[in-house]
Design a protein around this ligand. Structure first.
Ligand code: HAM
Length: 421
């Protein structure tokens, strides 16, 4: 074949897109229930936006950005994540009003030039939230609760919540010193990246994926021992609220995440059976980013979830697309005269938002029934000559096989009643 999709990019084919729509729709509904408004930002931005926020010594900025000059020679980058663009958009459009809380969500494609493998793509898709305007630990706790709510609603069971704190500009320098003194002896044995991190951004060593470096991480004392009073208090308050909300979580003292903008709380939802690409959702607090971008001091907190990984986890737990995207009704006209009535009724049922379909080819009753079975619909509506002359339809419940004649003029109310219950 002449053309192939690029490595690390995927076509989402019809069977697969059922999972995507299922997740996207559920997530969007949940975000509105929790009071979030949608924001859409461009796919590419000035490179500096990402370098300044994600951090010069992170893998994302160092190795993974799709960066290129545009025709005027400006450095442009395909967005590798959503937080920096949302902060930029808020400032540029003055979305954030002082003393208010602003809650935004987004979804779409993101780009990182990583080594592709299962769960790690070069074009991948995230949904995410960002909340601006409060230091209150209830924001952190609610965001974690929201992540949990989403994964549970989608039907996932086997995930864990990891919680940590990366401290703040008061306590982090002390911890960075603790890292460098713990690794002093073995510094020359660290990977080339970590040698640079050792001098420029020691915290990043905790996030190194290199097997050899990971051996030395045990030598580093846990971050939790170096948190200042405020950071400790904040973490404890988040923990208490998570307990109030009856969420199970594990404290993870080395959870630094791959982006530099975090302060205080960090968290991840991990799905252990996805091995190396186990993080389904990751996020945390970033109290200084708005100010670094030239705004006021506006504390903020958010997360992003990876669609590809969540869909893999759904499949892992045996969720079939047919269960996610099933039609409720299949209409079966028997005989040419009944087609028009069935066709019109189909559109009326759909206008009520009830997922429904028919076989437009007027095939045999048997083959239409086979199709209804295959689609796993809840009910079929059978309209034959006899029914037509009595102005009724036959409603068949597929699970039980029960059939009942219902007046044509009542069928929509009857369906609404049954599907609702
Ligand atoms: P992140 O941890 O870099 O955080 O990405 C969030 C999620 O995106 C990951 O947990 C994973 O599910 C998915 N993901 C990341 N890279 C890939 C990839 N190459 N292939 C497939 N999935 C991937 C952020 O992006 C932050 N902006 C999250 C945030 C929002 N923090 C505060 N607000």
């Amino acid at each position: 074949m002449k053309y192939q999709s690029l490595r690390g990019t995927n076509d989402i084919l019809p069977e697969e897109s059922k999972y995507w729509r299922y997740v996207e729709e559920k997530v969007a509904d949940i975000f509105s229930v929790f009071g979030y408004q949608e924001i859409r930002t461009p796919i590419f931005e000035m490179t500096e936006l990402f370098v300044r926020s994600i951090g010069q010594t992170t893998d994302i900025v160092n190795k993974e950005m799709y960066t290129f000059p545009d025709k005027k020679g400006r450095s442009i980058t395909l967005r590798p994540e959503g937080t920096a663009p949302v902060v930029r958009a808020c400032l540029q459009n003055q979305l954030y009003q002082k003393d208010e809380i602003l809650k935004l969500y987004y979804k779409g494609p993101f780009f990182r030039y990583e080594r592709p493998q299962a769960g790690r793509e070069r074009q991948f898709h995230q949904f995410g939230v960002e909340v601006f305007g409060s230091m209150n630990p209830s924001i952190d706790a609610e965001i974690i609760y929201l992540g949990n709510f989403i994964l549970k609603t989608l039907g996932l069971k086997n995930f864990e919540i990891l919680l940590g704190s990366v401290g703040c500009p008061v306590c982090r320098p002390k911890y960075e010193k603790a890292i460098t003194s713990a690794l002093k002896e073995c510094c020359s044995e660290l990977c080339e990246d970590c040698k640079i991190r050792y001098n420029k951004n020691p915290l990043r060593i905790l996030d190194c994926k290199n097997e050899d470096c990971r051996k030395y991480i045990d030598k580093i004392p846990p971050l939790s021992e170096y948190l200042c009073g405020d950071c400790k208090k904040h973490l404890e308050a988040v923990e208490k609220l998570l307990t109030l909300l009856e969420l199970d979580y594990k404290l993870s003292p080395y959870l630094v995440r791959g982006l530099d903008y975090y302060t205080h709380t960090t968290f991840e939802f991990v799905y252990p059976s996805l091995a190396a690409q186990a993080t389904l959702i990751g996020g945390g607090r970033y109290n200084n980013l708005v100010k670094e971008f030239g705004g006021q001091h506006v504390p903020a907190c958010g997360f992003a979830g990876g669609m590809e990984r969540i869909i893999t986890a759904l499949k892992n737990e045996g969720r079939k697309p047919s269960q996610l995207d099933a039609l409720d009704i299949f209409i079966i006209p028997v005989g040419d005269n009944c087609f028009k009535t069935a066709f019109k009724l189909l559109q009326e049922i759909r206008a009520e938002g009830i997922p429904s379909d028919m076989d437009y080819r007027q095939s045999s009753f048997k083959s239409q029934m086979r199709r209804a079975d295959k689609l796993q619909v809840l009910y079929t509506i059978i309209i034959g000559e006899d029914e037509l002359s009595d102005a009724v339809v036959k409603l068949k419940e597929m699970r039980t096989g029960n059939e009942e004649n219902i007046k044509l003029s009542n069928i929509i109310d009857e369906l609404k009643k049954r599907l609702h219950s």
